[in-house]
Ligand binder design. Structure first.
Ligand SMILES: [Fe+2]
Ligand SMILES: [Fe+2]
Length: 325
């Protein structure tokens, strides 16, 4: 019996789109690969799992304009695991365009974060986050990553894991722009960026995603997240004080009008000031349930308006210079 267009479209939702480029880099795959063919038809099986796909076959697919293949959703976890174990070889492969590697790391990183947040076990989460931050810093610190290029490949939805991935990446690049060169320090900053909103995982989703104006009580619950994250991490020996300050102080403002404490410029840690600039920029350019994103130019204008009273002037100017390069 012939399927209708609607049936085919819904069948297609059972598949995860995968960039064709990843297939030639990751060896034999532990998942079945499907081809999408036409827009409204269900993907068809191309190769069963564990069977080689020859380079010439991939070239033929590419030549016919195929950039995306599909994995069935019930094998998506196996695919993600396979990718994670291949991340370092992919991001260090200089034959691949940098934009592709940035995109690849962003997609893989977001799925790593989603899974580790979902598991809600701090030990496993810190291990995953440590691994991810070393991927981020090895890609960003060895390459001349241009912020505007990076901006194009990042997603801008309102998921927490998207936000923290982007903030971590921006924080690292801003710190680098400000003259931080030590790789360990850059990795530490990107890890702090991945952790900065950890306390938000304790905020009920109906408050986090609320479209209407927040009540005073809801706002006070939102404002608890730096302290909650700090408490969660302060007992750990594998988190540095500077990273902790990124978590605890990223909503503090230089003029003392921030939260949770309201401390002033001299008391806010360098890492936290960097994170604050990255955080505001990401929050403005990302989609939120309660408003649409603004353009990059508008976001930079807002940042400029927040310095020097709320945000550090030198950092904002540095970010503007990096972003417009
Ligand atoms: Fe925050
Ligand atoms: Fe944030």
């Amino acid at each position: 019996m012939m399927s209708t267009v609607a049936e085919n479209a819904s069948l297609r939702r059972n598949y995860l789109p995968v960039p064709l480029l990843t297939l030639c880099l990751t060896g034999t795959l532990p998942v079945d690969i499907y081809l999408g063919q036409e827009k409204n038809s269900a993907p068809v099986l191309f190769r069963r799992k564990h069977i080689d796909i020859a380079g010439s076959e991939l070239a033929t697919l590419r030549e016919s304009g195929i950039e995306t293949v599909y994995v069935s959703l019930d094998q998506a976890d196996d695919y993600q695991q396979h990718l994670q174990s291949n991340v370092s070889s992919i991001i260090s492969n200089a034959d691949l365009p940098l934009a592709y590697r940035l995109q690849f790391l962003s997609d893989t990183g977001r799925s790593m974060l989603r899974e580790s947040f979902r598991a809600d076990q701090v030990d496993g989460m810190i291990q995953q986050i440590g691994e991810l931050s070393s991927f981020i810093s090895s890609l960003m610190s060895k390459n001349e990553v241009v912020v505007s290029e990076l901006f194009e490949v990042l997603r801008h939805d309102y998921q927490t894991y998207t936000h923290v991935y982007n903030v971590a990446t921006y924080s690292l690049l801003l710190a680098k722009g400000l003259g931080v060169t030590d790789e360990k320090e850059l990795q530490s900053i990107s890890m702090g960026g991945l952790l900065h909103d950890l306390g938000k995982l304790r905020i009920p989703l109906h408050i986090l995603n609320k479209k209407e104006r927040l009540t005073d009580i809801e706002w006070s619950i939102i404002q608890r997240h730096p302290t909650d994250g700090f408490i969660e991490l302060a007992v750990r020996e594998d988190i540095s004080e500077a990273q902790l300050m990124m978590v605890y102080q990223h909503h503090e403002k230089l003029d003392g009008s921030g939260y949770p404490v309201g401390i002033g410029a001299n008391e806010i840690h360098f890492y936290a000031k960097v994170c604050a600039v990255a955080d505001v920029f990401e929050a403005l350019t990302g989609n939120r349930p309660y408003r649409n994103p603004v353009t990059k130019a508008e976001a930079l204008e807002t940042l400029e308006g927040l310095a020097p009273h709320k945000l550090d002037q030198e950092m904002v100017q540095c970010w503007i210079a990096l972003t417009n390069r």
